[in-house]
Ligand binder design. Structure first.
Ligand SMILES: *Cc1c(COP(=O)(O)O)cnc(C)c1O
Length: 394
């Protein structure tokens, strides 16, 4: 008969990981999201913003990290207010977070007002026509739910103009006006010294004055690090929750949350002078050992990173992966399902067919990976493919 060991007891009481996607053995790689680290990042941002409240922006499938598991974990950590991009995301969120306050950043598409009421989501209104439509819907239906007013203070993306504020401010004087949030968005928060930051903070201060009594929100992840003048009543971090550095150029105070590993399918010797991959863009300058890994651009591994001309030393730094604790460079072009790593520096026998190469994690941050691809961590995360075996650690 089997008896319970102490480790069994621990395993039985610790929360089990959430698993999705194909089984590990059937997938080319494993994507792990550390939910405890996401919650830790939220708490750290919350502490930095006190007394402001800390919401969470989980648009685009929580920056590719999985909307449902991330939302449940953050709700458990104490997060009450969430921002998503559209109604479809809001509906997914409502299904797992019955108590959450949900704001929809992209506002009301014509004819969609009733969809907000159906799931108790709040539109972020960024245009007078939207405001009129929402107002008409509330009158006709008797719906009491809230909405945000989004003002443009210098980004020129979405938002009501500041000139429209006085007329709308009169509106929040009437009882049951239904405006639960006034917000704006910073264009340059990740560049602390950019003059637009102070212009936007000042412009938003005027808006807060006009709408005093209504909760005010300006700061995204990087905005939190601009200090209390930007933090207002509520902060709206997204990227920093997932470990993207909110203070580029300075130390990253966030915990990494994502690990991506690709399976090594084959290790092949390549003679000096032989080339590897499509277009023969890389040629071995010494007898080499090449590991072929089952992750490619079809999995969100940006093809552009393998795309520098053969033999030319451009500004581009080749991407790297960690194999047996060693950083190894990618060689040749990225295929749809495969990449090649030069593992000549790894001791022979230290790595075998079936082992994993770490593509993100083990010291490779999402931000570092992004610089290899000529992009930002946001795009790396939101591009993570859906063929991986996915694991959410709790
Ligand atoms: C995406 C977004 C955020 C979150 O920005 P991060 O830089 O990811 O923290 C906040 N507010 C608005 C309006 C957004 O679109």
């Amino acid at each position: 008969m089997l008896t319970k060991t102490p480790t069994d007891t621990v395993a039985a009481t610790a929360p089990q990981p959430i698993i999705a996607g194909p089984p590990e053995l059937e997938a080319g790689g494993v994507l792990t999201v550390d939910l405890a680290a996401v919650a830790m990042n939220w708490r750290a941002l919350m502490q930095r913003s006190v007394p402001a409240d800390c919401a969470a922006v989980i648009k685009a499938d929580a920056y590719g990290c999985g909307l449902e598991p991330v939302a449940v974990e953050l709700a458990r950590a104490g997060c009450r207010t969430f921002f998503v991009a559209n109604i479809a995301e809001a509906r997914r969120l409502r299904a797992v977070a019955p108590e959450a306050v949900i704001y929809v950043l992209n506002g009301i598409a014509p004819g969609s007002a009733e969809l907000f009421a159906a799931i108790d989501a709040r539109p972020v209104i960024g245009d007078i026509a939207e405001f009129v439509e929402w107002d008409a819907f509330r009158r006709a239906s008797g719906w009491q739910g809230g909405a945000a007013l989004h003002f443009d203070t210098g980004m020129n993306r979405l938002g009501l103009s500041v000139d429209e504020a006085p007329a709308l401010a009169a509106r929040v004087k009437v009882p049951d006006h239904g405006i639960s949030l006034v917000m704006s968005h910073l264009a340059c928060a990740d560049t602390k010294e950019h003059p637009l930051n102070n212009r936007q903070i000042e412009s938003f201060r005027q808006l807060r004055y006009m709408f005093r009594g209504v909760t005010a929100s300006l700061a995204n992840s990087s905005g939190i690090f601009l200090g209390p003048a930007a933090q207002c009543d509520m902060v709206r971090p997204g990227a920093a929750l997932f470990g993207i550095n909110p203070t580029p150029g300075a130390q990253n105070l966030m915990e990494p949350t994502v690990t991506l590993k690709g399976r090594i399918l084959q290790i092949r010797p390549v003679e000096r002078g032989e080339s590897v991959g499509y277009g023969a863009t890389w040629t071995a300058s010494r007898p080499s050992r090449i590991a072929i890994v089952s992750v490619g651009y079809g999995d969100g591994y940006f093809r552009v990173t393998g795309n520098f001309p053969a033999g030319k030393k451009g500004a581009a730094i080749p991407a790297q992966a960690v194999v047996a604790n060693k950083r190894c460079p990618l060689v040749g072009r990225i295929s749809m399902d495969l990449i090649a790593l030069d593992i000549t520096a790894v001791t022979e026998g230290a790595v075998r067919r079936g082992d994993y190469a770490t593509l993100i994690g083990d010291g490779i941050s999402v931000d570092e990976f992004a610089t290899w691809c000529g992009t930002i961590g946001y795009e790396v995360l939101t591009n993570l493919g859906h063929r991986y075996h996915r694991v959410w650690l709790r």
